[in-house]
Design a protein around this ligand. Sequence first.
Ligand code: SAM
Length: 215
Amino acid sequence: METNVRKQYNQMAALYDRVWSRYVAKTLAFLKDWAQLSPTSTVLDVACGTGTFERLVLREHPTQSIVGIDLSEKMLDIAQQKCRAFPNVSFQKASVAALPFADRNFDVIVSASALHYFDDPIAALIEMKRVLKPDGELVILDWCKDDWLCRLYDFALKRFDPAYRQCYTQVEFHSFLGAAGFQIRRATRVRLTLAWELMVATAKPIALGDRSYEG
Ligand SMILES: C[S@@+](CC[C@H](N)C(=O)[O-])C[C@H]1O[C@@H](n2cnc3c(N)ncnc32)[C@H](O)[C@@H]1O
């Protein structure tokens, strides 16, 4: 599946920002407001695409330390171009399935509009937890299958888009976070465009011996 995703995004990279400009601008502005990043935190953006989230954050905090990873080298080339003026941002080609970072490395991990591509969402969340500091925060935003229009897209995309895997209901999403060892701190569903309802959650790794988690 990752080969299909990489191929598809390499093919559409040059057009991505134009074709998806409204969706990307709205979702990532929402994500930035939701995440409330401290300017001193080290951030990993999983499936960063063309680096729009990085540029939004860096315009406000030019020295923020951010790493973006993505499967598509062509998307990453654009991200690199967009953010070349900023000193503490870097981009690497990698899969969420095997993040090329040491354990307990980042204060915050964000990921926008990508969970529906991951081959194994629970394994992806466990891998993100590995590189997140024990007191760090994970912020995931993705399509929400509780919405009938999303269900319709999901039905069609599964049949016609070889890169697409599936989107999830909020209950499924929250159960993945629990199964991966996260405790949800804040979560909501939101409609930012006519077409897609989204869900977002901020979660923290559950400390060993912490009994406060409720599945
Ligand atoms: C819809 S785009 C979202 C990009 C960006 N987060 C945004 O909001 O504009 C999905 C991105 O996920 C990336 N992606 C999908 N599966 C991935 C994986 N397993 N590991 C890393 N990146 C992945 C794709 O290459 C693509 O750039």
